[in-house]
Design a protein around this ligand. Structure first.
Ligand code: NAI
Length: 471
């Protein structure tokens, strides 16, 4: 097997872009080309102005500035990059199927299959294919079957190398990964291929953080990791509702249980519900796989994590309506945050979208401020739901660039993303400009230290009783 000199990554999205940027940064002698069919995305990756990269991640612009043009390239010429590469990462989207068998649950693998067929068509020399996308267990079998029937006489080794980065901390997660997982065949060639990929990561990570397993364990581990993380969020969210009616405080409970080293303190913040492109789709996929294998109890167990998450979003919206005297019709609700979490401009499956949907059905007027999400994205997220009249969206939704304008004359504020800047606002000024009584619904637990009650706000925090300045 020849040493890797040329890497191609198909898919320049939230995973492909940052991952390849860091691989190129840390391996200056390897040429890394990230390709995508989406021309405007590639154009943005090549933009001179680093503020205009298609993805916002702290630290990403600096890495791109260092490597781009040296050994990191972004291109739409997929065939050329495939042809030149010794190693090809497949990092395309694997959304939930929206049609046919498995609709609403199974992963849609059509983009993966298209990549495999394109590689099969173009390749003329041996290559290592790396599954970077999150895939159902045993997908490598299908990919191999397509590649092995090309008739080109090319040998392919398929590796699974799922990505564990979290959006918002992607660069830090890549540069200092807890672990890298590489699954491959237990054959001579399989081991050599795994070693090639180990070498790439070992240029910056300690060897003991690079785990090698069989392909199926690697594929399944990614789904399971996301299922466990999401389960933790749903678990603490379930407890938040119990706290609200028993006068227990979810943060105190989280602190108390987190001290148990078997439980640990991380990922125990009650919130308006998890979002992002991965948790929901990966659990649905796990549920689908379990059901397909006749493991109904396993499927039901994991499905409950999604049911709880939907419940948390719904009850947050209901709480707003109920607290505002059972009607939000024609009232102004200010949204702070639209991204599914802080430090990213990604809005996929963001809780804010679903809260907005519910409130628009109740005829609220919504003004949205998010430091990184653009207006067209917000409108497209709402239209994509397909449940709201486009005219209503246009009439009732406003997106502004100034948070104070968003909150001016609002009846209530809903905090839906935990952006750091929100706690730096002049809350006295905000209070003075709002309709009274002024309500804050903190869906992210970020206002605890602010004592908003002292300005006379009425504050609802998940997992706590509603508080006023009278306690
Ligand atoms: P994304 O949607 O941001 O990017 C995928 C890109 O692939 C798109 O730009 C699309 O145009 C491109 N693409 C699709 N088919 C193509 C083809 N045949 N040729 C060239 N380009 C093609 O998706 P994202 O978020 O980067 O996710 C990719 C995979 O990584 C998914 O399987 C996801 O589950 C997984 N993942 C995502 C994480 C995240 O935080 N977003 C974290 C870990 C894994």
């Amino acid at each position: 097997m020849r040493p890797t000199k040329n890497i191609c990554c198909i898919g320049a999205g939230y995973v492909g872009g940052p991952t390849m940027s860091v691989i190129a940064q840390k391996n200056p002698s390897i040429k890394v080309t990230c390709v995508d069919l989406n021309e405007s995305r590639i154009k943005a990756w090549n933009n001179e102005n680093l503020d205009n990269l298609p993805i916002y991640e702290p630290g990403l612009a600096e890495v791109v500035a260092e490597a781009r043009g040296r050994n990191l390239f972004f291109s739409t010429d997929v065939d050329k990059a495939i042809d030149e590469a010794d190693m090809i990462f497949i990092s395309v989207n694997t959304p939930t199927k929206t049609y046919g068998e498995g609709k609403g649950m199974a992963a849609d693998l059509k983009y993966i299959e298209l990549c495999a067929r394109q590689i099969a068509r173009v390749a003329t020399n041996d290559k290592i294919i790396v599954e970077k996308s999150t895939l159902p267990v045993r997908t490598a079998e299908a990919v191999k079957s397509i590649l092995d029937h090309t008739g080109n006489g090319v040998n392919f080794q398929i590796l699974s190398n799922p990505e564990f980065l979290a959006e918002g901390t992607a660069i830090q997660d890549l540069q200092n990964a807890d672990r890298v997982l590489i699954g491959g065949e237990n054959t001579e060639d399989g081991k050599l291929a795994m070693q090639e990929l180990v070498n790439i990561y070992a240029s910056w990570l300690p060897k003991d953080r690079i785990l090698t397993t069989n392909v199926w364990s690697s594929e399944l581990s990614k789904l399971v990791a996301n299922a466990f993380l999401a389960q933790r969020v749903s678990s603490i969210n379930a407890i938040s509702e119990l706290c609200e009616v028993t006068e227990a405080d979810v943060q105190e409970v989280a602190k108390a249980i987190g001290k148990d080293s078997r439980i640990g303190p991380k990922f125990l913040n009650a919130s308006v519900g998890f979002g992002g492109s991965c948790f929901q789709k990966d659990i649905l996929n796990l549920v689908y796989i379990s059901k397909s294998l006749g493991l109904n109890e396993v499927a039901d167990y994991w499905e409950q994590v999604i049911i709880m998450n939907d419940h948390q979003k719904n009850r947050f919206a209901r709480k707003i309506v109920k607290t505002l005297y059972n009607t939000v019709a024609d009232k102004k609700i200010a949204f702070l945050g639209w991204a599914f979490k802080k430090d990213t401009n990604d809005t996929r499956e963001s809780a804010a979208i679903y809260i907005a949907e519910k409130l628009l059905h109740e005829q609220a007027n919504i003004t949205i401020y998010d430091p990184k999400v653009k207006e067209h994205q917000i409108f497209s997220d709402l239209e994509y739901l397909g449940t709201l009249d486009p005219e209503i969206i246009k009439q009732r939704v406003r997106v502004v660039n100034d948070p104070y304008l968003a909150m001016d004359q609002a009846h209530a504020i809903a905090i839906l993303t935990e952006w750091d800047e929100f706690i730096t606002y002049d809350w006295r000024r905000v209070y003075d400009k709002m309709v009274k009584p002024a309500f804050v619904f903190d869906g992210r637990g970020i206002t605890d230290g602010l004592n908003l009650e002292k300005y006379d706000f009425q504050v609802f925090r998940l997992g706590k009783s509603i508080t006023t300045n009278k306690g």
